[in-house]
Design a protein around this ligand. Structure first.
Ligand code: BG6
Length: 485
C-alpha cells in the first residue's frame, strides 16, 4: 500500500494480564485455592518451583499499577477475575471481600479513563470443583460456572462493557489434559476432547446468560490463534496444512462462531474412538450462543508437512519437554516424535522465521494473515486480547532499555494496521502484558511487561514498579493513535 488507513478513533489501545500471574495474596481475605495454587505448590511442576503466591503482588499494588496506566494513557486494560477469590469453593457463598477487590479495580480504571476488559476464566479453576466434580470433566462444573458468571454480571453490568469468557481454551485443555503440563495434569486425549466439549457448553451458557443480563455489553472468547503454513507447495503438504488448521483452529472457532464442530475432524476423532459425546440438546445450545466479538491471542503460527514417515511414539517426557516450551503447537516436533493419535499432519520448524529466546517463532506477517483468515471466516469484529514478546530484561542504572520488545511490537502493530487497511474490523489491541508477571511454566525471568517489576525467581525483593523504554514508546503510539506506525 502507498498509504495505510488510520486506526479507528475509538480504537482500544490496551494491555493485558491474568489473576494468577499478577495478584499474589493467594490465601488472603477469604480467597479459596485454585488448581494453579495446588499445581504450583507441588514440587517438580513449575520452573524452579515458582508459584503465584505473591506474584507481582498486584493485589496490594493495585492503585499504583492503575495510576501508571493512567499516566501512560492506556485506553483498555484486560484482567481476569480469580473465581476462587469471589466464590471460594466455586459454587457456594460469595466472598464479598473478593468481589470488592475487583469493584475497586474497576472503579480505579474508570477514574483513570481506562476501559476494563474482564476475563471470566484464565485457567484458575477453584480447587474445590476439581475435588468434588473432577472439574471440567463433569457437567456439574457448568452449573457452577454459570452461577459465578451470574454473580459477576450482576455486580459489574453497568461498569464493564467488554467481557471475555474463556482464555485460550485450546491451550489450557491441551496442556491440562493431553500433555499433562498444566493442572489437572492428565495425559489422555479422549479425556481432553470430553472436557473441551463441556467447556464449550459452559461458554455457550455464559454467553446466553450475558445477553439476558447485560444487553448493552459485548462478550466473546479469547482464542490462541496461529495460521498454519504448508512446508512446501507439494499438494500433500497443502492438504496437511488444511488438516492441521482443523485440528488447531477450526475445532474451537467453528463451535464458538458457527455453533458446530468441523466435519472432517469430528469424523477423524470418531474413527479414532476419541470424539466427545454430543447430545441433541448440546447441539442446540451451541447453536443458540453467539459471541459479539472474537478475542484473538496471537504469538505465532505453525508449519506442517504431510505425514510421510512413521515416527516413534512420543514418550511422556518428550511431550512434556516440548509443550513446556511452546504451548501453541499441538504436536511433538516431527524430528522428535510423531503423535500417535493424529496422523493427518506433522509439525515442523519454519525455515523462514527467527525465534525468541524461548523458541517461539517471530512472525508479524502471520499476524496479518491470522486477522484476515479469522475475519474472512467468521465476520466478527476482532479484539486482539494478547500479543507480545517474552524476554530477559536487564535493569541497568535503574532503567530497562527493551528496544527488542519495541521492535517486536512495532512490527506487529504495522501488520495490524495493514490488516485494518485490508478491511478487517478491529475493536482494539491488548499487548501482553502490562506489568511483568509470572510466566506459568517459565518463572519470573521470562518478562513481557511495559512495566518492570523488581522481583525474580528467588523472591519478591522490593516489588518496585519501573516503566521500561517500551512503556514510553507505547505512550507515544497511543497519544497519536498509531499514526506513525
Ligand atoms: C498465553 C496466556 O498462552 O500466553 C498467558 O494466555 C501467557 O497467560 C502467555 O502468559 C505467554 O505464555 P508464556 O508461557 O510465555 O508465559
Amino acid at each position: 500500500y502507498q498509504k495505510l488507513d488510520e486506526f479507528p478513533q475509538d480504537f482500544l489501545w490496551g494491555a493485558a494480564s491474568a489473576a494468577y500471574q499478577i495478584e499474589g495474596a493467594f490465601d488472603e481475605a477469604g480467597k479459596g485455592r485454585s488448581i494453579w495454587d495446588t499445581y504450583a505448590h507441588t514440587p517438580g511442576n513449575t520452573y524452579q518451583g515458582t508459584t503465584g503466591d505473591v506474584a507481582v503482588d498486584h493485589y496490594h499494588h493495585m492503585e499504583e499499577d492503575v495510576a501508571l496506566m493512567g499516566k501512560m494513557g492506556l485506553k483498555a486494560y484486560r484482567f481476569s477475575v480469580a473465581w476462587s477469590r469471589v466464590i471460594p469453593d466455586g459454587e457456594g457463598a460469595v466472598n464479598e471481600a473478593g468481589l470488592d477487590f475487583y469493584r475497586r479495580l474497576i472503579k480505579a480504571l474508570r477514574a483513570n479513563h481506562v476501559e476494563p476488559v474482564l476475563t471470566l476464566y484464565h485457567w484458575d479453576l477453584p480447587q474445590a470443583l476439581q475435588d468434588k466434580y473432577q472439574g471440567w470433566e463433569s457437567r456439574e462444573t457448568i452449573a457452577a460456572f454459570k452461577k459465578y458468571c451470574q454473580v459477576l454480571f450482576a455486580a459489574f453490568k453497568d461498569d464493564v462493557k467488554y467481557w471475555v469468557t474463556f482464555n485460550e481454551q485450546n491451550v489450557f485443555t491441551s496442556m491440562g489434559y493431553r500433555w499433562g503440563t498444566h493442572p489437572p495434569k492428565v495425559m489422555d486425549i479422549k479425556r481432553m476432547y470430553a472436557a473441551n466439549h463441556i467447556i464449550n457448553l459452559a461458554n455457550a451458557e455464559a454467553i446466553n446468560l450475558f445477553h439476558e443480563m447485560v444487553p448493552n455489553g459485548l462478550i466473546g472468547p479469547s482464542f490462541g490463534y496461529g495460521p498454519v503454513y504448508p512446508l512446501t507447495g507439494d499438494p500433500n503438504d497443502v492438504l496437511a496444512s488444511v488438516n492441521a488448521d482443523d485440528f488447531n483452529n477450526n475445532w474451537w472457532l467453528d463451535v464458538y462462531c458457527r455453533g458446530e464442530y468441523p466435519f472432517f475432524m469430528m469424523k477423524q476423532l470418531q474413527r479414532m474412538g476419541i470424539a466427545p459425546v454430543v447430545t441433541a440438546a448440546d447441539e442446540q445450545l451451541l447453536k443458540s450462543a453467539k459471541p459479539d466479538f472474537l478475542g484473538v491471542n496471537y504469538y505465532h503460527g505453525g508449519t506442517v508437512q504431510t505425514n510421510r514417515l512413521q515416527k516413534p511414539v512420543a514418550t511422556d517426557q518428550q511431550a512434556k519437554d516440548f509443550s513446556a516450551t511452546d504451548p501453541y503447537l499441538m504436536q511433538p516436533k516431527a524430528d522428535q516424535a510423531q503423535s500417535p493419535e493424529i496422523p493427518a499432519f506433522n509439525s515442523v520448524a519454519s525455515p523462514y522465521l527467527a525465534k525468541t529466546e524461548w523458541g517461539w517463532e517471530i512472525d508479524p506477517v502471520g499476524f496479518r494473515v491470522a486477522l484476515r483468515q479469522v475475519y474472512e471466516k467468521y465476520r466478527l469484529p476482532i479484539f486482539v486480547t494478547e500479543n507480545g514478546l517474552g524476554a530477559v530484561d536487564q535493569l541497568v542504572n535503574g532503567q530497562i532499555d527493551d528496544q527488542y520488545r519495541i521492535d517486536y511490537l512495532q512490527a506487529h502493530l504495522l501488520a495490524m494496521k495493514e490488516a485494518i487497511t485490508d478491511g478487517v474490523a478491529m475493536i482494539g489491541y491488548c499487548a501482553w502484558s502490562y506489568t511483568d508477571l509470572l510466566s506459568w511454566l517459565n518463572g519470573y525471568r521470562k518478562r513481557y511487561g511495559f512495566v518492570y517489576i523488581d522481583r525474580d525467581d528467588n523472591g519478591p525483593k522490593e516489588l518496585k514498579r519501573i516503566p521500561k523504554a517500551s512503556y514510553y514508546w507505547y505512550q507515544q503510539i497511543i497519544a497519536e493513535n498509531g499514526q506513525q506506525i
